[in-house]
Design a protein around this ligand. Structure first.
Ligand SMILES: *Cc1c(COP(=O)(O)O)cnc(C)c1O
Length: 752
């Protein structure tokens, strides 16, 4: 008998299943479902919108067709996403190695010393390159890291002001996400051109700048930072880590916080993600860092050992007092970036950076007087009055995507993959757009201002040959236990097979090398895949609309609560600011509610873990017209299908509240019940739990948010559109790992 994918995916065979059923005394799985689930929610109408299951090989062919439908152009768009040459030794032995990608978050240090060491290397790399004291072990992307920097400045500083000053030359998506996060917290954003060195009038709690800027411009911020401090404000700076191998880092210019992305350190662009963002601070603010932090400790025998420190699980402990909801981060991608730095070392990185800069300088020389800023690292801004569209079209015809800034400006970003031929083609594309009398431009400014050492630790000096790197990766992974060796009964993140057929496509260039802001006509294949997945997830959950933008469950919660908030505001119910959360809830729920400016009211649970409906009635009565929503997890954290769930939803709806159903436990509902039909208005799912994306040692993840029709207009918008309420830097978040979930659903089909 040939086995179907579903047969190979599902662990127990028929004999084992019979024993399990006999032990618990039910006849069949269907009978078990009928007994366990309340009859009011059991939904046997089937998943008609899903296609019939296909085999592994059929699915790989379908995915290959989708990947080929995309155009992998030479990307010179920049804006925080750059092509990069991932060393093959890292592709095969890390990115595509289940010993690394199936690991769980390192909560148990005794089985996680390997990845804890790799993450400590990531922290060392970031703090060295930025000139800061302490870095955490990854953020979800650059824009959300900037937003976390904003709230960090506010709570760490002494200023009473609610105003944040941002430089006009931040990446547009960074500005959008800062705007999304600021609004519910009552933070006022003031945008100004700070490259002049002047601060606008008035008081600010913080100032955020970036180096190099979106235009490529490198500014020495030293005096601006000093002026901001004088004014009582703290400062955060975005910094490109490759540029920091040459230029003075913000930490040496007086910044209090640094943020950014490590994507260009060997992590493919992937149509937006996943890749590791970073956040780094001075020692004085170490306790304010969100996310996870690896520290060096000693074990029971006094030998050195790594462990998660300080903030670990802070949302679980501090709940609505938590300063961030970040839980799943970007561990696998942080480790790729750290290993890229280990493999190249300081000299190797400096050489890559110089090559990138020399290509940019060659572009600038070719463009002469059209170049706007003479101090740049990799990105050149060209002024071509009225000619920008024609230049971009000409480059496109040569297979190169440039960035159309406006009708008069084009930006060209060089990266590790840029060649002399690309430079020549770019300069040719400008052709007649360059006014003949513009003459030669100013010489590119000298940007090699950095004098301090970096990456001197043995982790960055010992593994420069392929054999040494291969052995280092093997030695580290041998210290860990991941799903390639054993079950890890620690959480819903680990309860799945990460099938090889699902994993193969993520490194195919047709998915991996797409820039998130590439022209739409370049990306029909991945857009089809995204549309399929949105439709399938809507069918599975019973909701009307799905956004794949949030890049972790926590971000899906945030997006979902933001939708509820905006729904109430649009109806004039601005007094509805209370979020009811049962005491058994996951810590991110309360933290997310606090981040959208809601007041958290805890609802009691009974001894068996069920929500106490009497207490719920009392809380609803107490808060009556202030009720915004309830957040429940279904089935509950205790693993129980609470039979009163329909009644619970009705109670909240009758009081004018919305129902958020945390979908992290959706494994137990798929094909049996739909939260969108039994009373939920909005849910997030965790594709890295229910839908087979491996946990990567603590990330990546995807946290789609699914909503009823009345909330569809409040789903996150395009991060390139100011005020769009986007929650991630890229429109489809961690797009390059969506083929995993697509393949899983496609192979399992409705029955599976
Ligand atoms: C995992 C989980 C979350 C958070 O998801 P992340 O992807 O880690 O941010 C939220 N709620 C529940 C019930 C979970 O199990």
């Amino acid at each position: 008998m040939t086995r179907s994918f579903a047969d190979r995916h599902i662990g127990p065979d028929s004999g084992e299943l019979a024993r399990i059923l006999a032990t618990i005394g039910v006849e069949s799985l269907d009978a078990l479902a009928t007994t366990a689930l309340p009859a009011t929610i059991l939904d046997e109408s089937g998943l008609g919108a899903l296609p019939a299951p296909a085999s592994e090989h059929e699915v790989l062919e379908e995915l290959a067709t989708l990947a080929q439908a995309n155009t992998v152009a030479t990307s010179m768009i920049g804006l925080g996403y750059y092509d990069t040459l991932t060393p093959p030794v890292l592709v095969r032995n890390l990115l595509e190695n289940p010993a690394w990608y199936t690991a769980y978050t390192p909560y148990q240090p005794e089985i996680s010393q390997g990845r804890l060491e790799a993450l400590l290397n990531f922290q060392t790399m970031v703090s060295d390159l930025t000139g800061m004291d302490v870095a955490n072990a990854s953020m979800l992307d650059e824009a959300t890291a900037a937003a976390e920097a904003m709230t960090l400045l506010r709570r760490a500083g002494k200023s009473k002001s609610n105003r944040l000053l941002i430089d006009a030359d931040l990446f547009p998506q960074t500005k959008t996400i800062i705007g999304t996060r600021a609004e519910p917290l009552g933070i006022e954003i003031i945008e100004a051109d700070l490259s002049t060195g002047e601060l606008p009038e008035g008081e600010f709690f913080g100032v955020i700048v970036q180096t190099p800027g979106a235009s490529g411009h490198i500014v020495d911020w030293t005096s601006l930072f000093a002026a901001a401090h004088e004014r009582g404000a703290l400062v955060a700076a975005g910094a490109d880590l490759l540029a920091m191998t040459l230029s003075t880092p913000p930490g040496e210019q007086g910044a209090d916080v640094c943020f950014g992305t490590t994507q260009r350190f060997g992590v493919p662009m992937g149509f937006g993600g996943p890749h590791a963002g970073y956040l780094a601070v001075r020692t004085a603010f170490a306790r304010q860092l969100p996310g996870r932090l690896v520290g060096v400790s000693v074990d029971a025998d006094g030998a050195p050992a790594y462990r998660l420190a300080l903030q670990t699980r802070e949302q679980h402990i501090r709940r609505e007092k938590a300063t961030s909801n970040i839980c799943t981060a970007q561990v696998l991608l942080a480790i790729v970036a750290a290993m890229y730095a280990s493999y190249h070392g300081a000299n190797g990185l400096r050489a890559i950076a110089r090559r990138v800069h020399q290509h940019a300088a060659a572009v600038a020389t070719g463009l002469g007087g059209a170049v706007v800023h003479s101090a740049f690292f990799d990105t050149v801004l060209a002024h071509v009055p009225g000619g920008a569209e024609a230049v971009v079209a000409k480059a496109k015809s040569k297979g190169i995507n440039l960035r159309l800034v406006d009708a008069d400006h084009v930006a060209i970003a060089c990266d590790e993959a840029t060649t002399d031929a690309h430079v020549a083609a770019v300069v040719e594309s400008f052709g007649t757009a360059l006014t003949p009398d513009a003459g030669a431009g100013a010489e590119p400014a000298a940007i090699e201002t950095r004098t301090s050492d970096y990456l001197t630790h043995p982790a960055f000096t010992r593994h420069h040959t392929e054999t040494a790197m291969l052995r280092y990766l093997r030695a580290l992974s041998d210290k860990d236990i991941a799903l390639d060796r054993s079950m890890i009964p620690l959480g819903s993140c680990t309860m799945k097979l990460n099938a090889t057929a699902e994993m193969e496509p993520i490194t195919w260039p047709g998915f991996a090398r797409l820039h998130p802001f590439a022209p739409t006509e370049d990306t029909p294949g991945i857009r089809t895949l995204i549309a399929d997945l949105e439709r399938w997830l809507a069918e599975i959950t019973g909701y009307d609309a799905v956004s794949l933008q949030p890049n972790a469950g926590s971000q899906g919660e945030y997006a979902g609560l933001l939708a509820i908030r905006r729904y109430h505001l649009d109806r004039g119910d601005d007094h509805r600011d209370t979020c009811l959360i049962p005491s058994s809830a996951h810590g991110t729920n309360a933290a997310s509610a606090a981040m959208v400016g809601m007041r958290v009211e805890v609802v009691k649970c009974r001894a068996n873990g069920d929500v106490d409906l009497d207490d719920l009635r009392a809380k609803i009565a107490d808060h009556a017209d202030r009720l915004a929503c309830i957040m429940i997890t279904y089935p509950s954290t205790h693993g129980v299908y609470e039979h009163e769930v329909a009644e619970l939803c009705a109670l909240v709806h009758d009081a004018g509240g919305q129902v958020y159903v945390d979908g992290a436990n959706l494994n137990a509902l798929v094909g049996l019940a739909r939260p969108g039909r039994f009373g939920g208005d909005v849910s997030h799912l965790n594709l890295h739990k229910t839908f087979c994306i491996p946990h990567g040692g603590g990330g990546p993840g995807v946290g789609p948010v699914a909503v009823g029709a009345h909330l569809a207009q409040y789903l996150p918008g395009d991060p390139l559109e100011a005020g769009s309420h986007a929650v991630s830097a890229a429109n489809y978040g961690s797009a390059s790992i969506l083929p995993i979930t697509w393949a899983y659903i496609r192979m399992m089909g409705a029955e599976g």
